[in-house]
Ligand binder design. Sequence first.
Ligand code: NAD
Length: 336
Amino acid sequence: MAVNGYGTIGKRVADAVAKQPDLELVGVAKTRPNFEARRAIEKGYPLYMSGEGSRSEFDAAGLPLAGTVREMLSAADVVVDAAPDRVGAENRKLYDAANVRAIFQGGEKADVAEVSFNALGNYAAARGKRRVRVVSCNTTGIARAAAVVLPRWGAERWDVTLIRRAADPAESKKGPLNGIVPTLHIPSHHGPDVRTIFPELSISTVAVVVPTTLMHVHVNRVRLRNPPANATEIVAAFRGTPRFRLFAPWERVEGTPQVMEFARSRGLGLNDVMENVLWEDGVTLDGPDAYFFQAIHQESVVVPESIDAIRAMFDLAPDGPSSIAMTDRALGLSDR
Ligand code: NAD
């Protein structure tokens, strides 16, 4: 497989593929030389030139190119597109011409692919498909939670307030740096996006952007159809599901700073947290209404989903849980 677009998501997907026992990384493509291109070479990933890049720039930087993106595509069965928002839709022409299967990211509109994907939510829907879109970080987080809640207790209605990070840590030109910016369009695009995975779900989302780069936080209120006897059952369901990490009160994780400190000390990926993070104490049941907070590490949460999307497309695993287990074992996420 190949990665086209080697930024925040692309470099993590490449590392994750390189760790899987059943997948082979053919190469990564970048438009321009920079420190990330150098790291790709240092890791032994064949580096290809994509987009409007210029070979002389790579030569001047002393970075050896393995070829153009077209050459990379001709050597791959599938490409993960991790180019900026909406550029993936442009790149689709390249993939069509190369007759290569493609996985797109959440910055693309849903119609870029045959199906939108979340491994816990709808693994089987991507089986045998040629074009799959892994939904965005926020949609991935909500879809995973819905995959836990819906089959157990059903939901009359799901409301989420998304507190969104302003920028990724490496982005120095985005904001707000000081202020809170509401997304005035209601529902925010996340609710309709979740319905690409769970079409029947009655969900409403609102969002505000705040000056942090670490993680998003979702405040969920779910009116359950058949509520459990107590919140402990809900905690147990999340704890028993892969791609969830719950912190107990005694762990004293007050918020996203401690979550990221945990990630630094765990040292997976680029100090990533690919799981939904929940606070056990924040899971509450009030009559039919369940409340919980979850933190989502935007830079990495979609990475294991891209791996599972490949297995689904090529039928490399008997089912979703098997693929998730393989992915998580290779990434070091199995120890919960
Ligand atoms: P990024 O800007 O960090 O990386 C994109 C890379 O693609 C850059 O290296 C850029 O130079 C390169 N590029 C530009 N034009 C290209 C082209 N024509 N062909 C190939 N590569 C090209 O972006 P990102 O944050 O990694 O986002 C990639 C996709 O993942 C987007 O769809 C985004 O919405 C989605 N996504 C991002 C996040 C996040 O928080 N960063 C989370 C989930 C999903």
